[in-house]
Design a protein around this ligand. Sequence first.
Ligand SMILES: NC(=O)c1ccc[n+]([C@@H]2O[C@H](COP(=O)([O-])OP(=O)(O)OC[C@H]3O[C@@H](n4cnc5c(N)ncnc54)[C@H](OP(=O)(O)O)[C@@H]3O)[C@@H](O)[C@H]2O)c1
Length: 248
Amino acid sequence: MNLNNRVAVVTGAARGIGRAIAIELAQRGAAVVVNYNTSEAAAHEVVEHITSRGGRAIAHKADVSRPDEANALIKAALDAFGKLDILVNNAGITRDTLLMTMSEEDWDAVIGADLKSVFNCCKAAVRPMIRARYGRIVNISSVVGLVGQGGQTNYAAAKAGIIGFSKSLAKELGSRNITVNVVAPGFIPTALTDVLSEEQKQAVLKATPLGRFGTPEEVAYAVAFFASDEAAFITGAVLTVDGGLVMH
Ligand SMILES: NC(=O)c1ccc[n+]([C@@H]2O[C@H](COP(=O)([O-])OP(=O)(O)OC[C@H]3O[C@@H](n4cnc5c(N)ncnc54)[C@H](OP(=O)(O)O)[C@@H]3O)[C@@H](O)[C@H]2O)c1
């Protein structure tokens, strides 16, 4: 699978899973726009990591929950590299608490960063992709979007929303040679999962047939596959990368 001459935007690519995705796509030949919101130094480190190995990358700051900033992010890719082939919507946050104690702000923040961001970036990206008659959109959901999780009604709603959104968009764009697929990771140790208690982590581990947590790189391999020409006949799919935690 090579991505030579492809141009990719990866949201939330300064750290965690997004960082691994940006590096994996670049290693396979894609020019990458490394989006960040607050992690500026880390984003520049990812760009340096890629360019020092002969790849092409730029960093671009955008809060993708905001339509104007998402538009500017896609424009940055077009301005820097002349086209956009691959969009990976990876940015996400959690604000875990029981519904009883969940504030409207907790709800809005997670829906904005995790779901509206996907709408914003896809809406900005589809026009150039339709014009080019080519596109690969990969949206990062979660197994929580498939099976739910107490304390995460906001996050589960956003992640399940991504799945319905992606299947619908796949139907809209199939005739234009644009695929839309979803990767749903299980438990991948990152800053996002640091907030969980040891007890919660051990419970996930016990329920995972492969008996370990995943790595950001293992999620990135699945994204690279969906982004490749080899995945040309796959759209509207949801691939779990979770060690067997959820078999749907
Ligand atoms: N880790 C897991 O176990 C797991 C499991 C299932 C799904 N996921 C999903 O995988 C994705 C990546 O998670 P992660 O574990 O790598 O988490 P992470 O290490 O906390 O990284 C989250 C990333 O999202 C970015 N981000 C958040 N809000 C943003 C916004 N409004 N605009 C632009 N970027 C924004 C952050 O950017 P800045 O740092 O620049 O602010 C950061 O790069 C998320 O969608 C998450 O829901 C993770």
